[in-house]
Design a protein around this ligand. Structure first.
Ligand SMILES: [Zn+2]
Length: 410
């Protein structure tokens, strides 16, 4: 560039010269949107690339995994250097989509959707896009979205086949469409004694870049539609809600099937409302949290109900002829054992002494913090009182709110 050349600037609004040619397209709506994408594998790469190109203003990117060489054949946002350095998928993805569209904000979270994401963050989303590869993660994501009334898009790929679906709280539900065997398996996993088996590993499937492109594109398109509720209501756009898009590439077939199961008795549909705010963070000690909640809610006795995990205490084991006492959330047990090779030979039931699902005034470790019993930042606590259930949101200790567009009531 010559010295006197004008410095190139970005267009004042991303895509303003193109997208408004679509009759239904609302640029401002996309710029203000908060969208969470769960999973940064082959599908997540494609979804995020498309959402960034469309100019979705605020993207939260969730993945706990690191990049491996095998990811490179179908992940446009990852490089050889990322794989060699085993860089975190969420962070690398965030960096690359910011390079694609510098006008958007991206928040990477190196987290597991099953126990690291507070509902307070999830409820700020307009749409969640699931790019996960196993039934357990879908079941979980569905349950979390139901609690806070956020629609979500699901995609799945296998070889040259793929499916995409849309779930809207109050209209349809992933769990209601599972068969009896799958539901039985889920409820077995939800029981505490089976917690160790919750981390379902997806079967290795021959994923291809073309099916990731096709299904990822459909997921992104459905997410964009969900950001246009008026146009969906008027019929100018039609959502995949209640249907399943199926694509098969080997013989080239595509179809849309009904996917409408909705059982009014399904326990997953429970919506947490109204949501109250408390001046507590995950650094608050249990004793202080219980006193604060009792005062704020005007109740004598409050119990914090652990809905998605157990706190395991007195996990007493013998190591080198010494007694070791461990206290931790049940989902951390597998990792704990992984890091203690001398314990691997012991059966899991040898570790449990107590599993605690309700934290009340009898809880013996009042100095432990909410974080230490497994509650993630910006959670919504399910608090049981003598007057019924209350739902209390923790303070924004990570300053997530500075990143998000505050389009929803907080
Ligand atoms: Zn259901």
């Amino acid at each position: 560039m010559k010295e006197n050349d004008p410095i190139p600037t970005l267009a004042p609004t991303w895509g303003a010269d193109v997208f408004p040619l679509l009759s239904w397209f609302k640029q401002e709506r996309l710029e203000r949107a908060n969208v969470m994408v769960v999973g940064c594998g082959a599908l997540g790469n494609e979804v995020l690339k498309n959402l960034a190109l469309f100019g979705v203003g605020h993207l939260v990117v969730v993945d706990f995994d690191t990049i491996e060489p095998s990811n490179l054949t179908r992940s446009i946002l990852f490089s050889q250097a990322d794989a060699e350095a085993r860089r975190p998928k969420a962070t690398v993805t965030a960096k690359r989509i910011r390079e694609i569209n510098p006008s958007i904000q991206v928040l990477p979270l190196e987290c597991d959707i099953c126990h690291d994401i507070g509902l307070g963050l999830l409820r700020q989303m307009d749409v969640v896009v699931g790019c996960v590869d196993n039934r357990w993660a879908r079941y979980y994501l569905n349950r979390l979205c139901m609690r806070v009334g956020v629609p979500w898009v699901d995609g799945g790929i296998d070889g040259l086949e793929g499916t995409a679906r849309v779930f809207m709280p109050g209209k349809n539900c992933y769990a209601c469409n599972l068969g009896p065997e799958a539901l039985k398996d889920m409820s077995y996993r939800l029981s505490c004694s089976a917690s160790i088996q919750r981390n379902e590993q997806a079967n290795r499937v021959p994923t291809t870049p073309v099916i990731a492109s096709i299904i990822g594109a459909v997921e992104a398109q459905e997410a964009i539609k969900l950001l246009h509720p008026d146009e969906l209501a008027s019929g100018e756009l039609t959502s995949l809600c209640g249907k399943m898009f199926y694509y098969e590439g080997q013989h080239l077939a595509a179809r849309i099937a009904g996917f409408t199961g909705y059982d009014e008795e399904c326990p997953v549909h429970e919506q947490w409302e109204p949501i109250e705010k408390a001046d507590l963070t995950t650094d608050s000690p249990i004793g202080e949290a219980l006193d604060n909640l009792a005062g704020q809610l005007g109740c004598n006795d409050v119990e914090i109900i652990l809905r998605d995990h157990c706190f395991v205490d007195y996990l007493t084991i013998r190591k080198d002829d010494r007694e070791v006492t461990v206290m931790l959330p049940d989902y951390a047990i597998a990792q704990f054992l992984e890091e203690e090779p001398t314990l691997r030979h012991l059966p899991f039931h040898a570790f449990y002494q107590h599993e605690i699902k309700a934290i009340d005034s009898h809880f013996p470790y009042r100095d432990l913090t909410l974080s230490q019993i497994g509650i993630p930042p910006w959670s919504i606590l399910h608090v049981r009182t003598e007057n019924g259930n209350r739902y209390v949101e923790l303070a924004d200790e990570r300053n997530y709110s500075t990143f998000l567009f505050q389009s929803r009531q907080v």
